[in-house]
Design a binder for this molecule. Sequence first.
Ligand code: ZN
Length: 169
Amino acid sequence: MLWFMLPIVIYERGDFMPEDKLKEYVINRFTKMTDLLSYAGFQAHYEGTVFCPFHSDEKKKSAKIYNDEDGDKLWCFAERRMYFPIDVFKHNLIDTSAGKLFESLWNNLDDESKQLIKKEFSEHSQSPNKPNLEKYRPLLIIFDEFKGGGIDYDDLSKGVSKYFRKHNL
Ligand SMILES: [Zn+2]
């Protein structure tokens, strides 16, 4: 009997997902990667590159934190991966819960703002912000050159900084 019930339970648990996604959206949209990481004890700033807190590489600064219309993001060149503020919680880098942070953010909003955010969130869910890799292609090329030994770390840093300055990131 239990075997038959299990898939139903899993399916029902899936119903909670939209709410969790809204929480993630709110955290990504309204918290700063730099604040969360600084609080977690990492060096975090928008200028230049930083050590990626999501993988262990203490020799090279391989990540760039920046801010765009959807909030803060961290791009790791080494992993070729985009991280969002919620990932600081998902990777247990910080000693506080995403749920608690969400509550305190949410409770400080008036009803009108909450409605507006819910509307934004549903539009966002229909066309989620796919990390626009096209935009980062020049960076991938620079990083490939570095991995292939064509350029050294200084050139990599300069290339990356130049790219972000040019695109105002
Ligand atoms: Zn990384």
